[in-house]
Design a binder for this molecule. Structure first.
Ligand code: DCS
Length: 481
């Protein structure tokens, strides 16, 4: 009997090649341990509500009313919901054709795309066109859709930072394209170097790869760095010279934990550069409701904005979006609320301000406690988390640990992270899942556990790490720092 179409040997090879470490081997081992009754701290995914973050009240009130519009006819509605939430729910329902149970336009509800455009205009100081904004089910679907539009086959290359968030490597693998790596420099706080970029492109072109796009993740995942304005200018000039479309993943734009390098969008820097670049460089920018102080990962709301993309291509992207009919309608409303939250003077403003700033300030403190905690551990060095939601310490594994891992058939950082979860319940992602330089090892943890729990988590990490290093260092005391 020949193999059946969905027998393992018959399925699409690209599916087998795609890897996604954020829910990979470590996550599976942690889930197994949890089933056996061990308490697991899931710091592998940037999923704030799963770690106890409370939703912001105003958006939930508005969406609750949109989901149950009959409440709007209840004479007691005003006792349960503030009047601005009621007004906003009516506003969003008036923008839909049939409420939350009906498909919307495949690009998203026009009135919400307009709110997104106004947000971008206010943020950057440059107008934005709602026709060039498409709403998506989380940023992930937007990224996949744009990569799908770019990649036709193995000859099409995408420059991706290393380390990177594996949505990129996995999607490029699924689509059968070529990932062209460029390395972020850990000793320069994960900055990028245009000479290195140039070299990566030259090498790829030498191999016959048509490098078409460059990805930046700003603030970085897993690396947590914020790109400076100068860095962004260099990147945009580079894209202009090399004829690349820039994919600006800006999902962590609200998650900034220092004041020296505030978030600046690639769109603003491009417009600041003026012509010819501002009219020529193609840019797609991504955003989401999953991050920031919203953390509404389960709602699956996102958008992308297209800059300098010709109308024919915009139409093709629309056509492909139409095949999936419609992004989630409730998620679109979350997006509308995120870009247009209560304003000073609104009834819900004080509460909204208190809740959102409470989360942000706590994340800022958590970023600091975790970085300091890692840096106090033997053979561990960690750059400060300037933004995003992760700490990405380098673990200097003793040669004997590396050998033991290899004998056990494990990548050394996977070996370390498995030992860590088995000993402490802390479930992380090994650095190899994001890509890293040869012979260098990391792990990624989120900074999302409750603030009051973090000191105990760091203590238990330190104890494990000390014992691990003790066990694998030789008597001469390898690489003490
Ligand atoms: N881009 C980056 C850089 C991300 O980190 C994520 C999610 C996404 C896009 C996609 O998010 P949404 O589809 O939810 O909008 N980050 C994953 C991570 O590393 N941990 O949790 C999820």
């Amino acid at each position: 009997m020949p193999p059946k179409p969905l027998d393992y040997e018959s399925i699409n090879e690209n599916v087998k090649k795609a890897q996604y470490a954020v829910r990979g081997e470590l996550y599976l081992r942690a889930s197994e341990l949890q089933k056996e009754g061990k308490k697991i701290i899931f710091t592998n995914v940037g999923n704030p509500h799963a770690l106890g973050q409370k939703p912001l009240s105003f958006p939930r009130q508005v969406v609750a009313l949109c989901q149950a519009p009959f409440l709007l006819d209840d004479p007691n509605v005003g006792l349960l919901f503030p009047s601005d939430a009621i007004a906003r729910a009516k506003h969003y329902l008036s923008l839909t054709s049939g409420g939350l149970g009906a498909y919307s336009d495949s690009r998203g509800i026009p009135g919400i795309r307009k709110e997104v455009a106004e947000f971008i205009h206010k943020r950057d100081g440059y107008p934005s066109d709602p026709e060039l904004i498409y709403l998506t089910d989380g940023a992930s679907k937007g990224v996949m859709q744009i990569l799908n539009t770019i990649i036709g086959g193995v000859g099409d290359g995408i420059l991706v930072p290393v380390p990177q968030y594996p949505l990129y490597s996995a999607t490029i693998a699924l689509l059968g394209g070529s990932l062209v790596p460029y390395y972020l420099e850990e000793t320069a706080n994960w900055g990028l170097d245009t000479n290195d970029l140039r070299q990566s492109v030259a090498q790829a072109r030498y191999k016959g790869i048509n490098v078409k796009a460059m990805v930046i993740i700003n603030p970085g995942n897993p690396t947590g760095q914020c790109l400076s304005e100068a860095n962004l200018k260099d990147v945009l000039r580079f894209c202009y010279e090399e004829n690349l479309v820039l994919l600006g993943d800006e999902v962590y734009q609200q998650n900034i934990y220092q004041d020296e390098r505030p978030f600046i969008s690639a769109k603003k820097v491009l417009m600041d550069l003026g012509p010819p670049l501002s009219k020529e460089v193609q840019l797609i920018s991504f955003h989401t409701v999953s991050k920031g102080y919203w953390g509404e990962c389960g709602q699956r709301g996102g958008y992308f904005e297209m800059t300098n993309i010709p109308p024919e291509t915009v139409d093709e992207i629309y056509k492909v979006a139409s095949i999936a009919l419609s992004p989630n309608v409730s998620a679109q409303i979350f997006m509308g609320l995120m870009v247009n939250p209560p304003k000073p003077g609104d009834i819900s403003y004080d509460q909204y301000f208190r809740e959102s700033q409470g989360i942000l300030q706590s994340l800022r403190r958590r970023a600091r406690i975790m970085t300091d905690g890692f840096n106090s551990c033997r053979n561990v060095v960690c750059n400060f988390t300037e933004g995003a939601m992760y700490s990405f310490p380098q673990i200097r594994l003793p040669p004997r640990a590396i050998e033991t891992a290899k004998q056990a058939g494990k990548v050394p950082d996977v070996f370390y992270c498995i030992k860590l979860v088995e000993a402490t319940g802390i479930s992380t992602v090994p650095g190899s899942g994001f890509g890293q330089k040869e012979g260098v090892f990391h792990l990624r943890t989120t900074i999302l556990p409750a603030e009051e729990d973090i000191p105990a988590i760091m203590d238990s990490f330190k104890k494990f790490n000390d014992e691990f290093m003790e066990q694998y260092e030789d008597q001469r005391g390898y690489s003490r720092m």
